[in-house]
Write a protein that binds this ligand. Structure first.
Ligand code: UDX
Ligand code: UDX
Length: 477
């Protein structure tokens, strides 16, 4: 890696071939730009990325933007073909444009050949999935396959393997042993990208965590990010791997805490939104991940809490906290079904519209989606389910996919809002009520004003937001 001259972040930059030209904004001097172009020595690293998914593509486009040269490899040939055309196979705002820029200026290449991707790599960033198994452990088979590919195809000098995949804690060390026999060092570098704002998270990380047994390898990985402003923590691999699980488990705990509060609020006639707002103003608590509702899903939070529970059990440490977080989360879905059973006098044959299928607004990702769980349960219970989601094209047996929210709710006995897409918050509740046959509205994401919903004649339920009518002052009700 060549020593470099880093221009300040506020300077503009333009990639020309493998070089990069930097200029000061508004200095009015094209000459100055060319002068700088002639003298800048760019610190380009050659990075291979294994797994061109949500994490892999974001890192490919992001590292390219930081000036590195990136080759991403994936076993899925269709995805590779689409990505080469600049088409990102999942919904992530801004990523398509960033990837296209990387492809055009040749800082990014996409391939299905491990030989091509790994040929000149100084770093191999591993971003393959590690899904949960039923007992809460993580399936690391894709990870092991990726490590094996590195061992087989890497050339001398050996690359540093940077693991982004969430791993069974301790895998860093185990894998390091396998690869180190071939002179390949492994560094753990968990990602904290949130879907829907992955690009912003990449360029403005809250922290960069690096777990390395070899300090020089850790420092070289840290240098990949040196144009970003963020605290860098270099620690041992096990601590780094736990840092990811701990962060996601804590976020999940906040959500389940808010949902437990919502249950109490429902019982006492309090308002959970006002309650969590008072909590969030305490800087020791903070505002994030305190929205009560249908609970958490996605590829990370559910599996990371399960993994924490598993590790706690294995360590004879208190695991009940993590088990409770998962249990509360699952109960949220059951509450919706139970509520509909009571309000509709059973769901069989009832027409129920579900707005949202993805695990949260702003993504088309269905992994561990609470919305999808509710849809499946209603369909299994014999309901006539109509769904609408702005970005998900899902096909489910016995479920009709509607082209818009209003067409989904037309003639419905009940409507469940299951995902927090911004367009759902803008729905006109009066029109919604008029289009429905019945009047039950389950606001699974706290998007509406309970009083307004009741005003237009809806039988409204929102978790902790007035499921029970507030007692009238003085009535003792
Ligand atoms: C990532 C992580 O790597 C995971 O451990 C973390 O917990 C969540 O984020 P993600 O990028 O979301 O996974 O997964 P996905 O979008 O499914 O992409 C993974 C890609 O890896 C897919 O394109 C898949 O085809 C590819 N893959 C999978 C390989 O290239 N090799 C394999 O052996 C398996
Ligand atoms: C999460 C972490 O935020 C990110 O740092 C990590 O790297 C990957 O996992 P993501 O899975 O994209 O990101 O989703 P996130 O925004 O955390 O939401 C997870 C789930 O919790 C969603 O289903 C969302 O609807 C739900 N949620 C979130 C709530 O129910 N209430 C909240 O207040 C926040």
């Amino acid at each position: 890696m060549a020593q470099k001259l880093v221009p300040p972040r506020r300077w503009g930059s333009l990639a020309i071939g493998s070089e990069r030209c930097h200029w000061r904004p508004c200095d009015g001097s094209g000459l100055r730009a060319f002068t700088y172009f002639a003298t800048v020595a760019e610190d380009v690293s050659k990075i291979a990325i294994i797994g061109a998914g949500h994490v892999g593509v974001t890192h490919a486009a992001g590292f390219a933007e930081l000036g590195h040269s990136v080759a991403a490899v994936d076993i899925n040939k269709q995805r590779v073909a689409a990505l080469r055309r600049g088409e990102v196979w999942f919904h992530e705002p801004g990523l398509q444009e960033l990837l296209t820029r990387g492809l055009r200026n040749r800082r990014v290449t996409i391939t299905s050949s491990f030989v091509t991707a790994l040929r000149n790599a100084e770093f191999v960033v591993v971003c393959v999935p590690t899904p949960s198994t039923p007992d809460g452990t993580l399936d690391d088979s894709a990870l092991r396959a990726a490590f094996e590919a590195v061992r087989r195809h890497s050339k001398s000098p050996p690359p540093i393997v940077v693991n982004k995949s969430t791993v069974p804690v301790g895998t860093g060390d185990a894998a390091a042993e396998i690869l180190e026999q071939s002179g390949i060092r492994v560094v753990s570098n968990p990602e904290f990208l949130s879907e829907g704002k992955a690009i912003d998270d990449f360029f403005h990380p809250t922290r960069i965590v690096i777990g390395a047994r070899d300090h020089e390898a850790g420092s070289r990985v840290a240098a990949l990010y040196e144009r970003l402003e963020a605290p860098v923590i270099i620690t041992d691999p096990v601590t780094a791997e736990l840092a990811k699980l701990a962060a996601n488990s804590f976020l999940a705990t906040k959500i389940s805490f808010a949902n437990a509060l919502a249950r109490v609020a429902d019982h006492l006639g309090a308002d959970v939104e006002e309650l969590t707002r008072t909590l969030s103003l305490d800087p020791r608590i903070g505002p994030g991940h305190l929205r009560a509702g249908l609970g958490f899903g996605g590829s990370c939070l559910p599996k990371d809490v399960l993994a924490m529970e598993h590790l706690a059990r294995r360590s004879s440490a208190p695991y009940e906290l993590f088990a409770a977080v998962t249990a509360i989360n699952r109960e949220q879905r059951t509450l919706v079904i139970d509520h509909l059973m009571v309000r509709l006098d059973g769901v069989r044959g009832k027409r129920i519209a579900v707005l949202g299928a993805s695990f949260k607004g702003g993504t088309d990702d269905l992994r561990e989606s609470p919305a999808l769980a509710v849809i499946s349960e209603l369909a299994a219970g014999g309901a006539d389910v109509r769904i609408y989601d702005p970005s998900v094209r899902v096909q489910l047996e016995g479920v009709l996919v509607s082209p818009s929210a209003m067409s989904a709710v037309r003639g419905a006995d009940a409507v469940v809002v299951a995902t927090d897409w911004p367009e759902f918050s803008k729905l006109d509740l009066g029109r919604l009520r008029a289009a429905m046959r019945g009047r039950v509205l389950v606001d699974g994401r706290g998007l509406y004003d309970a009083a307004r919903a009741r005003e237009v004649g809806l039988d409204y339920y929102g978790f902790g937001r007035g499921g029970r009518q507030r007692p009238e002052p003085g009535t003792g009700a």
